[in-house]
Design a protein around this ligand. Structure first.
Ligand SMILES: Nc1ncnc2c1ncn2[C@@H]1O[C@H](COP(=O)(O)OP(=O)(O)OP(=O)(O)O)[C@@H](O)[C@H]1O
Ligand SMILES: [Mg+2]
Length: 457
């Protein structure tokens, strides 16, 4: 990405010589000789750095600083002044200019200021990114199962090929967003933003203006120009979560953008080119969506270049325990507890459970357990009822002893747990036959049904 510089001076010779000199160094340079042209270029050319004369004919350079900052507050402005005009240079700095330079100057001096101003811009941007990533850098990808090794290898490949569009698929809570962060944070784009949008969470019209931005007066209510995510993320990545929910019209625009990396703001006439990697995610069956005509087939092929398929937690075997222990450690720190681990029975239950909410559900379960318990080891009676459903080991009586010892449960809750275990055992013994199970328990079939409902069996 070239650094873009706008030179504003009513002396044509200054514009011409700076344009030639700075272009030779490798910058992308535009020039303007009055404030109207300058503001138009600030909007269309989108410079990183502006050099402006303090006096443009009869116009005041100080006012122009305000106008340019209004277009984009991030633009660094450097004023070019005569030696005698130090006072206005000082007021320019007060207005928010980055620095000033006295005329006449050498190209080298200008280059040094450009490098300083650009570094300043990058630092501001970096701080912003660091803020955003503070949370995500604490998270890491846990897992040692063959399926997750495959995922990690694909992430690595995607991180190295930073222009390839990625499509992450998987049930809810399987870690799609975490994978998107891992792809971005391990690529050369990591010092630029990773911006996220959930296409299913905002109305169709808004998605488009969020992605592409809009020009002033593009529609009622567009009081000023707004940059879209693709523009703000220039150099970085955009994460399009729930891509299957994108409205059809926006799908067409996205396809065009993916083809040539150019787009127009809503209401804009000018193509804007940016360097952005797109990472998509979905838990929807896109192939079915194509059949239902709610998802474009051409877009599907365009984004499905390198798919990452996240396995559901129930298929990840011993990863379940690794993850449970990882979350236990995190929540021990967060809630200042010192729980050492899980007993074998609880682990067995973790491995059997269906985890329809996947890793997010597991994380929530562990959080709840840590909040509610002060004991050193997590035992089966510490688990939420839905996890206690199936018995792998031990007898109701041994469980009853455990429940009795559990100081966190009221007597009613302990009785409930025991009742539930007895019903589950009876059902298991009778192969799920409710009539036989009720006979074994000595209750009517109707009562059994009612109790099963109560316990969510
Ligand atoms: N491999 C992993 N190691 C550690 N934590 C993980 C892992 N995968 C996911 N998580 C954690 O699980 C939770 C859910 O992950 P994430 O939000 O990425 O899932 P998702 O697939 O995007 O879910 P949804 O479809 O509901 O948006 C997060 O708290 C995340 O940090
Ligand atoms: Mg998600």
């Amino acid at each position: 990405m070239k650094i873009k510089i706008l030179v504003i001076d009513d002396e044509i010779m200054i514009c011409k010589s700076l344009k030639a000199g700075l272009t030779d160094i490798g910058y992308d340079v535009s020039t303007a000789s009055n404030s109207k042209e300058a503001i138009r270029l600030a909007e269309d050319f989108r410079p990183h750095i502006v050099f402006t004369d303090m006096r443009l004919g009869n116009e005041d350079g100080i006012e122009l600083i305000d106008d340019i900052k209004r277009v984009d507050n991030d633009i660094e402005i450097i004023v070019m002044t005569a030696f005698s005009d130090i006072k206005s240079a000082v007021s320019a700095i007060k207005k928010g200019a980055f620095d000033y330079i006295n005329k006449p100057f050498e190209l080298d001096q200008i280059n040094i200021i450009i490098l300083r101003a650009y570094e300043n811009l990058r630092m501001k941007n970096k701080l912003f990114i660091l803020e955003k990533q503070k949370e995500s850098s604490l998270k890491c990808m846990i897992g040692d199962s063959p399926k997750i090794h495959e995922v990690l290898m694909t992430i690595d490949r995607l991180a190295k090929n930073d222009n390839v569009t990625a499509l992450i698929r998987g049930e809810t809570g399987t870690g799609k967003e975490l994978v998107a962060e891992a792809i971005h944070n391990n690529s050369i784009r990591k010092n630029y933003p990773l911006l996220k949008i959930n296409c299913g969470a905002i109305p169709g019209q808004l998605v488009e203006s969020e992605l592409f931005g809009f020009e002033k007066s593009a529609f009622t209510g567009a009081a000023s120009q707004k940059k879209g995510l693709f523009e703000i993320a220039d150099g970085g990545s955009v994460f399009l979560d729930e891509i299957g929910e994108l409205p059809l019209e926006t799908q067409a625009k996205l396809l065009r953008f993916l083809e040539d990396r150019k787009f127009r703001r809503i209401g804009g006439l000018q193509d804007i080119e940016v360097d952005v990697r797109i990472i998509c995610a979905t838990n929807r069956n896109l192939e079915q969506a194509i059949k239902d005509r709610t998802f474009r087939e051409d877009l599907y092929y365009r984004i499905n270049v390198v798919p990452v398929v996240l396995p559901p937690l129930r298929e990840r075997g011993s990863d379940i325990i690794l993850l449970a222990e990882f979350f236990l450690e995190q929540f021990n720190i967060k809630f200042k507890k010192n729980i050492k681990g899980f007993d074998e029975q609880s682990k067995a239950r973790f491995l059997e459970y269906r985890w329809s909410g996947n890793i997010r559900e597991l994380r929530n379960v562990i959080e709840r357990i840590v909040i509610l318990n002060d004991e050193t080891w997590i035992r089966i009676y510490h688990l939420p009822l839905e996890l206690q459903n199936r018995q792998t080991n031990g007898s109701p009586s041994s469980d009853a002893r455990s429940y009795a010892a559990c100081s966190n449960l009221t007597l009613d809750e302990k009785m409930d747990c025991i009742e539930k275990q007895c019903i589950l055992e009876a059902l298991e013994t009778e192969g799920g036959n409710q009539t036989k199970a009720s006979a074994l328990l000595g209750i009517s079939r109707f009562t059994l049904k009612r109790k099963m409902e109560k316990h969510g069996i």
